[in-house]
Design a protein around this ligand. Structure first.
Ligand SMILES: CCc1ccc([C@H](C)CC(=O)N[C@@H]2O[C@H](CO)[C@@H](O)[C@H](O)[C@H]2O)cc1
Length: 801
């Protein structure tokens, strides 16, 4: 394909200021003297968006001209965060924007802070999708992201007086956000329910319900504005917006019902990130966006080609976990029922287009839809799933792998069988996928499973979030590392230089002072900016073991009180993260952490050595604030449970040291930075499996560890619940009993590792050396490298730039 390399033309601050002023007046209809913060943010957004249009059009034209294959990334979640600063950086306008906005009498940071996060995701899976969009645009990989335009993203988290999590609806669309283009011409009628009539080799499905899926396009510009792809999010609308008859009869709710009902489909993101709820609305959401996307893909293909057997050479569809798994049956339905393709040929053609990424081994996260529900909501698809199951069983008579089992439709098996490539998201995870959840299918389809270890975009997570470190990197190795992150290794020689280490340490110190100011301003808690910032930020889940962290914190507090003069490394323990609203145990852990913080922070004897901080409503923007100011990254999941982790990569790249288990991508981080620059603890995945064979493994561990026993007893005694001995009963009982995630069995190893951390902290210059080595040796964890892997191994596509 013709390589195109013309970068976006530079623009100086004067031109940009003119463009902002033009939009303020003509797009926002506001005179500068009356402009609000929102007006200024929107005017700046529109001025920057103008700069994105050109590479966007150029990319689309080049893709059509080259008849290039396209990637379609189907995901129920895109955890984008804020867009403005990222776009400004990608089109090279950061300095100009600072000056232009200041020249118009506004503070740039304040204008940026006015943008709400697009929180269209729960955690790792959603954020990975957002990083992938940035990398596909930066690499010039022709691609569409397809998802749902939720009116309400992930809930806002606040804490009640007693420290419990409170959820309130998130409302990012209460104001226009300026980045999306409504596309009424790209609308599709999506049916549900109804009946199926046989029609020879095919069938006719007559849905009983239907909604309109309307497209909203957001341009995603890559580094240096060379290319821009499209994120197409579907919004649900009623086919008939208003029931005038009901209105005339004065039944206003009935009149508005059609619209309200239809919009329910794209109203809100399900806040669960590990437990499938099996809710009908969730299934409808999954089908809604998947079917609209498949229709849009086929419309685009048919506009350029007449022979559908050529589809795989032009279309690569990636299913981000099982949530879009219905894509297989829907594509087969369209090819058979609407284009008359023979069934088995249709299955082959569909499979040749489809890839499936598995992000979790947690049994409760693997989607299984009741056959009854699937038959009722998607009767034709249920028929097709059964036929796919039959033909797979016929092709592999010996083995008993089925999609439909015990009245349930297993979406993992369906995705595997309908995909030509299945991938895990870290080396360890991919091996576990082969050996556990898909062992049978792996044996039947050797070579179908490949590994694509996750990555993160260096644009948002280094260049954007840590400008001070970015300047040091550029000063040291020159520019160009932003889309060639493997070049960070060139930093290594400089690490031997004390001057460089001092600069590195000073950058971390300044980032920490900024964070300390924010914590003081936002939470009224004064923290010691010279203390070690020990950070655990991620969704709350028992396998991520935030409760192991707080147990160690309690034991440490006790130890400091017992030996105040022992020269403890001063620490600020920072937690961040949300729990799914229905996840009781995770919410109990949040409740405990807030109350341990209350008690420890009130202890004047240990005040300067240990502080616990838990800012509410952790999100992408908060991660961008916390990670550059972190010294210690907590990646302490039960080995074998965290598929990869991506926060771990962001911390290492920003010069934090990891305390962690041999789980997910921690293994590959440790391999790259070197065991001497990583604080390892805990059982391996196979040792955990062994450990569980001893039913009372927790009781034994508690008996063997006084510190652990004492910490649990403190909780039970009501030390963190104003004497209420029942408050955390569920948690302590679970720890003494089942303790499935081996918190107790791993406690002493974790404690010892934390003491090694203390010792290392004592030599600040050596700590800085280890931190800088983490930055220098983790360039491999760029999502550009990950996407290059998908392009070569899965999508068989070559970049256009
Ligand atoms: C059906 C409810 C539901 C929703 C989301 C999910 C996701 C798969 C959970 C998730 O975000 N998994 C995380 O994906 C990251 C990106 O690959 C990994 O880095 C994390 O280890 C993994 O937990 C499971 C179940």
């Amino acid at each position: 394909p013709t390589k195109i390399s013309k970068e976006t033309l530079p623009m100086d601050s004067t031109e940009l200021r003119q463009s902002i002023l033009k939009h303020l007046e003509f797009s926002m209809g506001k005179d500068l003297v009356h402009a609000s913060l929102y007006d200024m943010r929107m005017a700046l957004t529109l001025a920057v968006r103008d700069r994105v249009i050109e590479p966007w059009f150029r990319a689309t034209r080049a893709t059509y001209a080259a008849q290039s294959k396209r990637v379609y990334y189907l995901s129920m979640e895109f955890l984008i965060g804020r867009l403005l600063e990222d776009a400004i950086m990608n089109v090279g306008l950061t300095e100009a924007a600072h000056e232009a906005v200041a020249g118009l009498g506004f503070d740039f940071e304040t204008v940026l802070a006015d943008e709400p996060d697009a929180a269209l995701g729960n955690g790792g899976l959603g954020r990975l999708a957002a990083c992938f969009l940035d990398s596909m645009s930066t690499l010039g990989c022709p691609a569409y992201g397809y998802g749902i335009r939720y009116e309400h993203g992930l809930f806002r988290q606040s804490f009640a007086q007693d420290g419990r999590q409170v959820e309130t609806a998130e409302d990012w669309l209460r104001q226009a956000h300026g980045w999306e283009f409504e596309r009424p011409e790209a609308s599709f009628r999506i049916g549900f329910g109804g009946s199926v009539a046989e029609n020879g080799r095919t069938a006719i499905w007559t849905p009983e319900d239907a909604v309109l899926a309307k497209a909203y396009d957001t341009p995603i510009v890559g580094w240096q504005g060379k290319w821009a792809n499209t994120l197409r999010l579907w919004g649900a609308e009623a086919l008939t917006a208003f029931d005038l008859a009901a209105f005339n009869k004065g039944d206003f709710t009935a009149a508005a019902a059609p619209e309200a009902l239809a919009r329910t489909i794209s109203r809100v993101l399900y806040p669960d990130d590990t437990t499938e709820q099996g809710k009908e609305l969730r299934l409808k959401q999954e089908f809604f966006f998947t079917a609209a996307s498949i229709r849009d893909i086929l419309r685009r293909f048919n506009a350029e080609h007449s022979d559908l057997s050529g589809l795989p050479s032009r279309v690569a569809i990636q299913m981000n976990d099982t949530h879009p798994a219905i894509a297989g049956p829907e594509l087969v339905r369209a090819l058979v029922d609407e284009s008359g393709m023979e069934f088995d040929t249709a299955v082959e053609t569909a499979r040749a287009c489809l890839g499936y990424t598995n992000h979790t081994l947690m049994p409760e996260a693997l989607e299984r839809w009741p056959e009854e529900l699937m038959s009722r909501v998607l009767p034709r698809h249920m028929q097709i799933i059964e036929r796919i199951d039959e033909s797979h069983a016929k092709a592999h008579p010996k083995r008993n792998v089925s999609i439909v089992e015990n009245g349930e439709v297993k979406m993992g098996e369906l995705s595997f069988i309908m995909a030509n490539k299945v991938n895990g998201v870290s080396a360890l995870h991919t091996e576990l996928v082969k050996d556990t959840v898909f062992a049978e299918l792996n044996a039947l389809h050797p070579g179908r499973i490949v590994n694509e270890t996750n990555g993160v975009t260096p644009r948002r997570w280094i260049k954007g979030a840590n400008p001070r470190l970015s300047s040091l990197i550029t000063d040291t190795i020159g520019a160009g590392w932003e889309d060639r992150l493997e070049r960070l290794v060139e930093l290594e020689p400089a690490i031997a230089d004390k001057g460089f280490r001092n600069q590195f340490a000073e950058i971390k110190a300044r980032n920490k002072r900024d964070l300390a100011d924010w914590i003081e301003r936002d939470m009224g808690i004064a923290v010691n900016p010279a203390a070690m910032f020990d950070v655990q930020i991620k969704r709350f889940h028992e396998y991520k073991r935030q409760h192991l962290n707080i147990l160690e914190t309690i034991a440490l507090w006790q130890e400091i009180r017992a030996n105040p003069g022992a020269g403890w490394a001063p620490r600020v323990k920072i937690f961040g993260g949300k729990a799914a609203p229905g996840y009781v145990m995770a919410k109990e852990i949040i409740h405990l952490i807030n109350n341990v913080a209350r008690v420890i922070n009130a202890d004047t004897t240990t005040r300067d050595v240990l502080t616990v901080v838990y800012p509410p409503n952790y999100n992408v923007t908060m991660a961008e604030r916390l990670i550059p100011a972190s010294d210690l990254s907590e990646q302490i999941s039960t080995a074998g449970k965290e598929a990869s982790g991506t926060g771990n990569m962001k911390f290492s790249l920003n010069g934090a040291l990891t305390i962690g288990t041999l789980d997910g991508a921690n293994v590959e981080i440790r391999d790259l930075v070197g065991p001497e620059n990583f604080f390892l603890f805990g059982m391996t995945a196979s040792e955990v499996v062994e450990c569980r064979k001893t039913p009372d493994h927790a009781a034994r561990a508690i008996k063997a560890s006084n510190r652990l026993g004492a910490a649990i007893e403190m909780i039970e005694a009501g030390a963190f619940s104003n004497g209420d001995t029942e408050m955390y009963h569920g948690l302590t009982q679970n720890l003494r009993g089942h303790d499935y995630f081996t918190v107790c069995a791993d406690f002493d190893s974790y404690w010892d590792a934390q003491r090694r951390v203390d010792a290392a902290w004592g030599d600040q210059d050596n700590w800085t050396r280890m931190a800088a080595i983490n930055t220098a040796r983790t360039g491999w964890f760029s999502s550009d490298r990950t996407i290059q892997g998908y392009m070569a191994d899965v999508w068989k596509i070559t970049p256009m730039i």
